[in-house]
Design a protein around this ligand. Structure first.
Ligand code: FCB
Length: 471
């Protein structure tokens, strides 16, 4: 007997996601200013093969073709980000009319094709002049961000279905300022905690600015919440290591954003790094702007314990190894390699983490709708003799994870949508063009697009609202 395929709620929002620096290219065109990722990627040794986003997918010039593909696949929504330095080249002062026009046309183009625009204000491309005066470690950046948000809301707000303030502030703060794996490449633990706070504050201020400009705006933030398991669940020390990682990896954002306060254990765990005096009276309440949706990005799980002192300490947390840990205040915690299978990122494939994350969040925040704003997989795809990309491994990854989303909904999780990362192969940050996440292939020589099997599979899922078989 075969069971009937899993189905999803009728109004479930199916989409796909990208980010400005990863796809646009045209970094010097039409008044765009430099971002920290331009500087970082042009610094020798920072990205694999010295890759940069100078051309990327050339989406800036090919956006109509990309929107047609979105329509052909039947996506209901498209999550993209606005490049702050394209909108406001120096991060303060004058806005760039040609930048505003580009995103305005993009939003209109989506609406014309019946696709809901879901806009992220910040997906890591900070204007370089703001980094030159301290970046996110400087409180003023949060105020600049709110000013930018107000302007964008004013210009595009009437047409955007959902606003997301930040994408993965954990990466901005801890990969950007602690491990240095991402731009701006700083390795200053205290600055990383400051940055985390100013991102929280920026989120709160920007969210309030959007609400002031557009009373009924749908507001969200996207977090990459870490699913970490203890190496030995019976060990109190291992369980405490996981608690500590949850504080500095997850609750450092969930606390202020959703509960209006930093968790006490986080302040204790990091007391040797900072006294947190950069948190001013009233800040925590400001961070807790009411949200309509929490965006969740999920890819894989990790396993940790307190270092026992035996052998070499291991750092297999999946966030690259610069020799400096992104886990501030947790120098005695080690990450053990996970059992496979793995994607091309070396990340383990574990849909049970998706289920655990969604059901856990819904238990903790029962009134807050959730949306998967990123999930997907990189594989070393090849083009077959027939000119097509038969990416069965990606289909299988997606099948397993979307099935887990369905299971979470059945278990009572309040999940409203799913955005597949990514629409197109693109510039995968420090990994450059070597890791392909797209359901559409991009040939980086010709910039030609080829729809992969996984995209057609996803299209079938969207058309029927039922999970097609993986093979
Ligand atoms: C997330 C980022 C996204 C992409 C995926 C693979 O951390 O938000 O831009 O790089 O990982």
């Amino acid at each position: 007997m075969t069971s009937s395929p899993r189905s999803f709620p009728e109004d479930f929002l199916w989409g796909s996601a990208t980010a400005s620096y990863q796809i646009e290219g045209a970094v010097d065109e039409d008044g765009r200013g430099p971002s920290i990722w331009d500087t970082f990627s042009h610094t020798p040794g920072r990205t694999l093969n010295g890759d940069t986003g100078d051309v990327a997918d050339d989406h800036y010039h090919r956006w109509t073709q990309d929107l047609d593909l979105i329509k052909d696949l039947g996506l209901r929504a498209y999550r993209f980000s606005l490049a702050w330095p394209r909108m406001q080249p120096t991060g303060s002062g004058a806005f760039n009319p040609r930048g505003v026009e580009f995103y305005s046309r993009l939003v209109d183009g989506l609406l014309e094709r019946g696709v809901q625009p879901v806009a992220t204000l910040y997906h890591w491309d900070l204007p370089q002049p703001l980094e030159d005066v301290g970046g996110w470690a400087n409180r003023d950046t949060a105020l600049r961000f709110a000013d930018y948000a107000a302007h964008v809301a004013d210009r595009l707000g009437d047409r955007v279905a959902m606003w997301t303030t930040l994408n993965e502030p954990w990466c901005s703060a801890f990969l950007g300022y602690a491990s240095g794996a991402h731009a701006p490449g700083r390795t200053e633990p205290e600055a990383a905690l400051r940055a985390a706070h100013h991102l929280n504050l920026g989120h709160g201020l920007a969210g309030r600015a959007i609400r002031d400009a557009l009373g009924d705006a749908k507001l969200s933030v996207t977090l990459n919440l870490h699913v970490t398991r203890p190496v030995d669940a019976d060990s109190a020390a291992d369980r405490d290591a996981v608690r500590q990682l949850d504080a500095v990896g997850n609750r450092v954002f969930l606390g202020p954003m959703l509960e209006g306060a930093y968790p006490k254990d986080l302040l204790d765990d990091t007391a040797s790094v900072t006294d947190w005096s950069f948190v001013q009276d009233g800040d925590e309440a400001t961070c807790a702007v009411p949200l309509d949706v929490l965006g969740v990005n999920y890819y894989s799980t990790s396993r940790a314990r307190r270092f026992t002192g035996e052998g070499e300490m291991q750092h297999a947390d999946g966030h690259g190894d610069t020799g400096v840990s992104p886990w501030v205040g947790a120098d005695d915690i080690e990450f053990l390699p996970q059992p496979g299978p793995y994607t091309a990122m070396g990340w383990n494939i574990d849909p049970s983490g998706m289920l655990e994350l969604l059901t856990g969040l819904s238990r903790r925040y029962p009134d807050l709708p959730l949306m998967i704003t990123e999930n997907g997989a990189a594989f070393h795809d090849t083009v077959d003799e027939d000119g097509q990309v038969h990416d069965a491994d990606r289909v299988s990854y997606l099948h397993g994870h979307i099935d887990a989303v369905g299971e979470a909904i059945d278990a009572g999780a309040n999940v409203r949508g799913y955005f597949l990362w990514s629409l197109l192969d693109n510039f995968e940050w420090a990994w450059g063009y070597d890791r392909r996440f797209g359901i559409i292939r991009v040939d980086y020589e010709t910039l030609e697009r080829t729809v992969k099997d996984s995209a057609w599979w996803y299209s079938r899922l969207i058309a029927t609202n039922r999970l097609p078989p993986a093979g």
